[in-house]
Design a protein around this ligand. Structure first.
Ligand SMILES: Nc1ncnc2c1ncn2[C@@H]1O[C@H](COP(=O)(O)OP(=O)(O)OP(=O)(O)O)[C@@H](O)[C@H]1O
Ligand SMILES: Cc1cn([C@H]2C[C@H](O)[C@@H](COP(=O)(O)O)O2)c(=O)[nH]c1=O
Length: 236
């Protein structure tokens, strides 16, 4: 069911996991901190519900009792001793739980699931940001995704300084937001690099525009995916 794989460059560990078909649709929203993911998910959900879709909104890390507890550990600035590998594994653990407890059941029930961040965040932040090997992250996350299958990703692109500025004053910066600007620039560049590599699944939207204009662009991609004009893609 999947498009051409990248067998030549993929880790042996991450090979051989095939996705399963499910009747629902998963749409993930990605981008730098403060890019407008939460705002756009709310707007998208409203439009889809008005059109008769049954929508589930959730977020990563989080979305289940256990994953929200892991989120606390990950984002609390008091854990500044956390190693990059521990961080990557905690994000993957939180993801395994939401996949099993929320995503797969909702997709089997034909729901449209809108997820604030997903596996691309791990590649962008722990891979491009922290410098962990992408192949190891792909292997661990293949395991966490448990044959989830195809999905579509909206990448809200914004210079990190603008995103951090938007969120300034909302709350104390969390452990990841407190990283320096060069970390956040690597994260953004990582996202854009993945979008070039997987244009079938990852759709880039300019997040610097007015929220209504951003939403118009998103709706085009979302409707193309929901009506089958666009197939999305599997995580690879
Ligand atoms: N297109 C936009 N232009 C200007 N401000 C915006 C835009 N979209 C959202 N905002 C504002 O920016 C702030 C961050 O938005 P939002 O919480 O939706 O981003 P986010 O990507 O979910 O952030 P985080 O990654 O920190 O969870 C909010 O104050 C929101 O009102
Ligand atoms: C899923 C995921 C997230 N992160 C980072 C990205 C953000 O800085 C925080 C989550 O906070 P938000 O307010 O919900 O955006 O966690 C990450 O580094 N790796 C991941 O896999």
């Amino acid at each position: 069911m999947f498009g051409p794989g990248r067998a030549g460059v993929r880790s042996k560990l991450s090979q051989g996991v095939e996705g399963v078909e499910h009747p629902g649709k998963l749409i993930t929203f990605e981008g730098p901190d403060g890019a407008g993911k939460t705002t756009q998910i709310q707007m998208t959900a409203r439009v889809l519900e008005e059109s008769g879709y049954s929508v589930v909104k959730t977020r990563e890390p989080g979305g289940t009792r256990l994953s929200e507890a892991i989120r606390q550990l990950l984002l609390d600035p008091c854990y500044n001793e956390m190693s990059a590998v521990t961080e990557a594994l905690l994000y993957a653990a939180a993801r395994a739980q939401i996949v099993g407890e929320v995503l797969l059941p909702a997709l089997r029930e034909r729901k449209v699931v809108l997820c604030d961040r997903f596996v691309d965040s791990s590649l962008a932040y722990q891979g491009y940001g922290r410098g962990l090997p992408l192949e190891m992250l792909r292997a661990v996350n293949d395991f966490a995704l448990n044959k989830l299958g195809r999905f579509c990703t909206i990448l809200l692109d914004l210079p990190p300084e603008e995103g951090l500025e938007r969120s300034a004053g909302e709350m104390e910066r969390d452990r990841l937001e407190q990283e320096n600007l060069s970390f956040h620039r690597r994260v953004r560049d990582g996202y854009l690099s993945m979008a070039r590599e997987f244009p079938g699944r990852i759709k880039v939207v300019d997040a610097s525009a007015d929220p209504r204009l951003v939403q118009e662009q998103i709706q085009e991609y979302v409707m193309a995916y929901l009506t089958g004009r666009d197939q999305g893609g599997a995580f690879e």
